[in-house]
Structures are given as structure tokens and as C-alpha cells.
Design a protein around this ligand. Sequence first.
Ligand code: PEP
Ligand code: MG
Length: 411
Amino acid sequence: ILVAEDLAPSELTRLPPGKVAGIVTAAGGASGHVAILARALGIPALVACGPSALALQPGQTLVLDARAGLANPQPTPSDLAAARAEIDKLAARRRAMQASANAPAITVDGVAIEVAVNIANADDAREGVAHGADAVGLLRTEFLFIDRRDAPTEAEQTAAYQAVLDALDGRHAIIRTLDVGGDKEVPYLQLPPEPNPALGLRGIRTGFAYPDMLDAQLRALLAVKPLSRLRILVPMIADVGELIRLRERIEQLAGEMSLSERPQLGVMVEVPSAALLADQLAKHADFLSIGSNDLTQYTLAMDRCNATLAARIDSMHPGLLRLIAITVEGANQHGKWVGVCGAMASDPQAVPVLIGLGVAELSVSPRLVPEVKSLVRGLSRRHCEEEALRLLALGSPQAVRGRVTELWPGV
Ligand code: PEP
Ligand code: MG
């Protein structure tokens, strides 16, 4: 178990595979990028534990239950036996769910929910397929840009994106344009220091500020084959003008490359204005994907990396649920579908709620696909819809979670 004050995403990706059983950090937030990466790597992680984490001694025995949000530094022999039994039980449950992972996730009343994966590279894509993923719902391309001295070339990017499509055996991939800034630093870009990075040059704003870099990425994406299996996703869109500007640029570049086909273009809904204007965005986008990590951060005005606030940054906040409902309603007006690619989609308690709000795709960590699919198969969309409406009237995430526990006790 690795204990640290905090970790950079690049440090996490360099950990020797299979050697780390868990992570405990004093700082960080549950939807910060360290937590996201740890989830993708299948490493139980307890973040934002405060300074007491650093009092742990090297070699000390520690029982870490990341699901329950607990670390026990003084386990008795019976605690240890219980932890080992729980680990075995979880492994057996995973094996059972893996057996049906390749079948589609259809609710008891016949609604198919696409269960896709969030990935960083072609290896993750293969892992997603092995776990039964229907598609890639989010490729965070920034992982291709961090942890190096200069930007990847266009050819390097095309090779990386093509490798992902090739790993998918006919499935489609949603590839997001570069989302740097905020807590995702790329040293060679030398972004100017900002007092509030999360509110500064981030996502597509960085793309428009560095047009050569954006063009190189768009050309690299347009060079993959077949384009019918590629969907481009744009991060941090705040209004429809940005989307139209990007669509026009893609159109120009595709024209210059003499392409006859165009990939679909989707918008991340992660800025509250995008949720409120979803009807306008859906008119010009092929699909919408809710980035619940940032949508939560910006709606609640709570930094997703702030350890003190970590327990309160909860996507099940009724304010968030209402924004998701508005997003789906806006998208439906134009016959477009809405997915969720933030960590909320990987939260079992959120799954019935999202399905009830009309979400059609859940993009989760590769290892969670079997579990999310098996959960969907036990739900009735009609029942979820009726109950989700009532949840919108509650006053806190605790109240929402309490009600969800009553309604779906096994989740
Ligand atoms: C999100 O904000 O929910 C999201 C999926 O994007 P990221 O976590 O990479 O900011
Ligand atoms: Mg985001």
C-alpha cells in the first residue's frame, strides 16, 4: 500500500503493474485525476485522508477498504481474517459477473443501456473489451501529452488513436480533444500561471488559444480509419458558439484532406451553462456526454481536488440531478442521446438514478463494466424514471442516497 501526501497522475502511471495493492493519500479529491487513474488501474485508493495518513509507518499492517472509505491501521487478527474473507468474496462475485459481461445490458423492461469504458490508451481499450465493454465512451487524450518533454507529433497521435480503434473489434470510440489546464499540467506548453486554474484556460479554451496544437490533433483524428467508428468529443464547452467554431474547423480540415466521411461530434456537458443550454447544443452536436466530475465541481463551486471538501463533492446532489434532467430534456428535443463519462457513471448508487433521468450510455472504468452491466439488468427503467423525478425534489445528496438505499437496497 503506497502512502503519500499526494501523487501526480504521471507518478501513478509509472507505478510497477501488479505491485501496488492500494493507495492512501493525505491530499486530493475523490474525482481528482489520481482517484480516476487509480480506479482505472483497479487499485483501491483512499484519498483526502488528511495528515493522519502520513503518520503511518513503513511496513505497518493496514486494512484498506476503499469502497467503505476506511483504513484500519491497527487490525486485530479477526479484522485481518474478515478482510481476507471479504477480498475472496469480492473476487468470486467478480468472476461470476465476468461470465455474462459480453452480453448487452438490457433493463427488465427491455431498454438497452450502452456500457462503455473510459480509457487512456490501446491497452486500456483491450482491457475494456476483455471486460465486456460495448464501446469506448471517453479516451482522455491528455495522457498522450503528459509525462514527456514535447507534444506528440501528428503521426504519433494518429498511430495512438488508430491503435485504440484497432483494439475495439468493430466497436466505436469516443475520443476527446486535449483537456489540459486545471489540475492537468503539461509542462512544455508553459501555460501562464493563473490564480484560479480551474476557471481559466482549460479544455477547448486551451485548444483555441493554441490553434496549431488543436489543428494537429484534429488532423490526427481525421486520419484514422474508418471514420464511421470515430466520435470526437469536445471538453469544457460553455456555449454553442464554441461548438460551431470547432465544427467549422473540422469541416475545413476534412475538406483539405479530401475526406468524404465525417466523424460524429459530441459535446462534454461539464460547465453548468452547457447543461442549461443543452437544447441549443444538441441542435449542433451528434450526442452529449456529461462530465459529472467537472459539472459537480462547477455547480457546487467546490474544487474537485480540495481534500477538506472531498466528502461534500457528491454528484448525487439534487442540484446536479436537476442539471442532468435539463440536459436530457434538451437533447431529446433534437433526438440526440446523452451519456455520462464522469466518475458518477461508475457509482453503483447513481446508476438507477441516471437511467431514470434518461441517460442512454454509461462510460465507466474497464474493470467495472461487468458490475455495471449486471446492475442494469436488474433495473426497470420505468420504475427508475418514476423515482428519479421524486429525487429531484429532495434537498441534499444525503437525502438522495438515503432514498436510493431504500429503493434499491442491494446496490
Ligand atoms: C468529467 O469532468 O467528468 C470528465 C469526464 O472529465 P475529466 O475528469 O477528465 O475532467
Ligand atoms: Mg472534465
